[in-house]
Design a binder for this molecule. Structure first.
Ligand code: KG4
Ligand code: ZN
Length: 374
């Protein structure tokens, strides 16, 4: 389902993102119309302030530290985004803020700030689902019409979604234990890498021998397209504890990265079958988004799968893989274009599955760094 645009005038939207450990603001201009050719989306600014250094000593995100850091910086980050875009507050058509899922203290900061701006400016507020932001992130730079199959892989999420249009996603599979980014972070931690360990593990894996350490292949050949990474995490941590040399660590990092990429591609191949059945072989578009989409081996595995199955492949540029506010601004602008706005009493939601029906029918528990969520 793609709703027709209620307006074709350009829409300039401020996006705010505070659901985890990045304080981000961005200004995006969308010119609605049929499809989504590239010139219709302009990222006028995208400012991301990462709190990584503040959380690093604790080996994960500390919710109280995150919320306080968002409070201290959100106004300056929003002002910087407007200044870099050359847009005054009065030039905005709407304010879009992440309203969940995520660490609720942080979500409340961005959402409250967004409500205050919307009220003061007399502009609509759009409460954006963070996952919907990741879902549209590839549309920031690519000519990518709806519908498409999305693999959303980050530190808190690992899901396969059929994205049919604005606000219309169907969940085909999700992790039954850990998210892929969490597996990268925990195994990287066991290898002595600083948090968040995903990017450092990718570096370490360069030149490593991925075949030296056999690792469990979870859910291989199993029905459906859910994921599981806890067995891999335990096995890899056990091997890591008895490694001595740098070459050993490189080989284990390469094996872990290959195992994660392989599982992501295997389960996505199954989701393609379901997607094809629903679309009669048309609309062959595969998208990977979220922080883990920055991983070269993961991108390559998904790209090879897309090519083998005759799909167009899209992934956001690295700057829009991790958490950012440009994706929130675009998700908000797409909603605004079809008349979907929110009241100022909308609440922050620690959990907010994109596909509420699937979440009720097949609840999954994700004990991620942001807590159990989607
Ligand atoms: O999307 P994101 O910034 O935040 C969440 O919404 O979770 O994703 C962060 C996750 C972390 O687990 C991080 O280790 C992982 O993405 N990540 C990577 C890479 N870059 C970020 N994992 C593997 N390889 C990378 N290059
Ligand atoms: Zn995210």
């Amino acid at each position: 389902m793609t709703l027709p645009p209620a307006t074709t005038a350009p829409l300039t939207v401020l996006g705010l993102e505070t659901s985890c450990d990045e304080t981000a603001a961005a200004v995006v201009r969308l010119t609605p119309g049929e499809g989504a050719p590239n010139p219709q989306v302009q990222v006028l600014s995208s400012v991301v302030l990462s709190q990584t250094a503040e959380h690093a000593p604790y080996g994960g995100v500390v919710p109280e530290i995150a919320a306080r850091a968002h409070v201290e910086t959100i106004d300056a980050i929003a002002a910087q985004a407007l200044a870099e875009a050359g847009v005054t507050p009065g030039g905005l058509d709407a304010i879009a803020a992440t309203a969940g899922p995520g660490l609720v203290g942080g979500v409340m900061v961005g959402l409250s700030f967004g409500k205050a701006m919307a009220l003061a400016l007399g502009r609509p507020l759009i409460a954006v689902n963070h996952l919907e932001g990741h879902a549209v992130s590839a549309r920031l730079t690519a000519d990518l019409p709806y519908p498409f199959l999305l693999l959303l892989v980050s530190g808190g999420h690992c899901q396969l979604l059929e994205v049919a249009g604005v606000g219309a996603s169907r969940r085909l599979g999700s992790t039954i234990d850990d998210a892929a980014g969490e597996a990268f972070d925990k195994i990287g931690g066991a290898l002595g890498l600083p948090y968040p360990a995903g990017p450092a593990l990718e570096q370490l894996a360069r030149g490593g021998d991925a075949s030296r350490f056999p690792l469990p292949r979870a859910l291989l050949g199993r029905e459906g397209c859910d994921f599981s990474f806890s067995g891999l995490k335990t096995a890899a941590a056990r091997i890591a504890a008895r490694l001595a040399s740098e070459a050993d660590r490189r080989d284990l990092a390469a094996a872990v990265q290959a195992a994660i990429a392989r599982q992501l591609a295997e389960r996505t191949a199954r989701a393609l079958d379901l997607y094809e059945a629903a679309h009669g072989g048309r609309d062959r578009r595969l998208v990977v988004a979220g922080g883990v989409a920055a991983n070269g081996a993961v991108r390559l595995a998904l790209q090879s799968l897309a090519e083998a199955r005759g799909y167009v492949f899209a992934a956001p540029p690295l700057a829009y893989c991790g958490d950012n506010a440009a994706m929130i601004a675009l998700a908000g602008a797409e909603r605004l274009a079809v008349g979907l706005t929110d009241a100022l009493d909308v609440v922050a939601r620690p959990r907010w599955p994109l596909d509420e029906v699937a979440a009720r029918q097949r609840p999954t528990h994700i004990p991620g760094r942001k807590g159990a969520k989607a």
